[in-house]
Design a protein around this ligand. Structure first.
Ligand SMILES: [Zn+2]
Length: 371
């Protein structure tokens, strides 16, 4: 049995005590402290459901790239990861998913838990590509079946207005694959139709990087943002590097969605690297002052890490337990991962230790110290 002492961030409050665990969390003791006033924070490991790369590597590079980016994000507190593809020709996507499956099967002891893939595109709108290359496709039943048979995709980003989405939704929800709406020029009615169809088929709807690659809210035009934030079951991803989303819009969304806002990085290969020219989806991008820009002037992914997103949430008004929900608990609920996402007895020992400046000191994955 292992033990950590500190200020333990629970669901709604913080206790000072010691936490005992093996593979799972076994005991929280608030009485017998050997270290009188342990100051470090102990919180559940972060879950990144949308991340393309880091440390020079990209999901599309294949197995070695996937391992490298996963290790990089683990250094920043990510203990559960969904490496994310970008819109590329179909055969490239299938090759990448097979590589990801190999990495997952290898069950390497030096990696975070690789849950599966987030397929971002190709089932998106040509009008809202953002940084995605223009290899969009329709989600035909045969393509959807191919993905289901691979059994590695956990989340798919889709535009609500794309042809054949109504046939795709029941197949995907039945297979337990989450549908996240994004990269879309849809209107409010199309957004509601997709969200309701997902929920009617017992799925869980979300929005991909809320406010980005979708229309905004206007007086008479609620759009996808309004449809999501007005729904009492939907979730929404957010890239809170303060470049993609203004702090005011974070606070508004957080007030409406304290239990359903999901922080993600959407990081690309330049995360953790020197600024300058980099690459995303076969296109050159420029990293400057913490922003990634495509040659078309669009933001092209981020260089965010989840520990920084955590600190940003705190800086902009979230409490420590609230920020923990944004980085762990909400994502676990969204993805149906009942064995993690919070510190409570019986959950996996996916843990982060942070010092009082909220810098990472230790990372544990299923009871094994990784950092
Ligand atoms: Zn992305």
């Amino acid at each position: 049995m292992k033990t950590l002492q500190g200020r333990i961030i629970l669901k709604d409050h913080i206790v000072t005590g010691s936490l005992s665990f093996d593979h799972y969390l076994r005991e929280i003791d608030t009485k017998s402290l050997s270290n009188k006033d342990p100051e470090d924070y102990i919180l559940p490991g972060f879950i990144d459901g949308h991340v393309h790369g880091g440390d020079g590597a990209d999901t599309m590079d294949g197995a070695e790239g996937i391992k490298k980016l996963s290790k990089f994000h683990m250094q920043h507190g990510t203990t559960t990861i969904l490496p994310t593809t970008i819109t590329r020709p179909w055969n490239e996507l299938i090759d990448t998913l097979r590589a990801l499956k190999e990495v997952q099967k290898s069950n390497s002891s030096d990696l975070p838990d690789i849950r599966g893939a987030h397929l971002e595109g190709p089932f998106i709108s040509e009008k809202k590509l953002g940084a995605q290359p223009a290899f969009t496709l329709c989600p035909t039943p045969s393509k959807i079946q191919e993905l289901i048979d691979l059994n590695i995709v956990r989340v798919i980003t889709m535009a609500p207005e794309i042809k054949q989405i109504d046939q795709a939704i029941p197949l995907l929800t039945k297979a337990g694959i989450r549908i996240s709406l994004g990269h879309t020029a849809c209107n409010y009615d199309q957004a509601c139709h997709a969200i309701n169809t997902i929920h009617e088929h017992h799925g869980t709807a979300a929005g991909t990087h809320l406010f980005n690659a979708m229309g905004g809210i206007e007086g008479r035009i609620p759009g996808l943002v309004g449809a999501l934030l007005d729904n009492n079951k939907a979730y929404a991803e957010m890239i809170f590097d303060t470049h993609h989303v203004h702090p005011v819009n974070f606070r508004l969304a957080h007030r409406l969605f304290p239990d359903r806002l999901l922080f993600i990085t959407d990081a690309m290969r330049g995360a953790g690297m020197k600024e300058g020219i980099s690459e995303l989806g076969g296109q050159n991008v420029i990293i400057k002052e913490g922003q990634v820009m495509g040659m078309n002037g669009h933001l092209a992914g981020s260089v965010l890490t989840l520990d920084q997103a955590f600190r940003n949430a705190i800086t902009h008004g979230a409490t420590l337990p609230e920020a923990t929900k944004l980085l762990s608990t909400n994502a676990a609920h969204y993805q149906g991962l009942t064995d993690r996402g919070e510190i409570s007895i019986g959950k996996r020992a996916d843990l982060i230790v942070m010092n009082t400046n909220l810098q990472i000191e230790q990372v544990w994955v299923a009871g094994h110290r990784m950092v």
